[in-house]
Design a protein around this ligand. Sequence first.
Ligand SMILES: Nc1ncnc2c1[nH]c(=O)n2[C@H]1C[C@H](O)[C@@H](COP(=O)(O)OP(=O)(O)OP(=O)(O)O)O1
Length: 166
Amino acid sequence: MLLKKLYTLVFLRTDTAILLGLKKRGFGCNKWNGFGGKIEPKETVIEAALRELYEECCVTVKPENLQSIGQLEFTFEGDPMMMDVRVFSATVFEGTPIETEEMNPKWFPYDQIPFKDMWLDDALWFPYMLKGQPFYGKFHYQGFDKILHYSVEELDSMEQFYLKHK
Ligand SMILES: Nc1ncnc2c1[nH]c(=O)n2[C@H]1C[C@H](O)[C@@H](COP(=O)(O)OP(=O)(O)OP(=O)(O)O)O1
């Protein structure tokens, strides 16, 4: 039986750049990624997304400014735990991103996203996120550096997707 753990992943964006953080510890250490993490007991997905964003780069976003843009599911050969990652983006935020214990934030122009220093799957679904196209991606890894199979589907809307996948 497949077990499931929920995570959040938030990207701050401007017209010309996206904010990524260099993870300084734990899972995904030394990779550039969005800001996020595990959902605590009794927290909603949105509450967790906003908390993790603030903890990791000291920026705040109002819930109404968080756009749900994707769902990612990661499985790993030989591991019964599936990572269910809820992806958000925001263009309205308060504060200047600063380095924290967990992340070192940096703005990247859209044509300079450092895919070679990111999770392998990112290059496969970022194009959907960057054009604002809701998406559903599934990736099955062997170890952390090889994708055995994957799919990325365009969705009409995240709301409809979550109604069907409750
Ligand atoms: N393959 C891939 N691509 C893109 N993003 C991710 C992955 N795998 C991932 O885990 N992620 C994202 C999902 C989450 O945003 C983080 C992982 O969360 P993690 O840092 O383990 O959770 P925290 O709750 O912050 O952990 P600690 O505070 O306990 O260190 O990466």
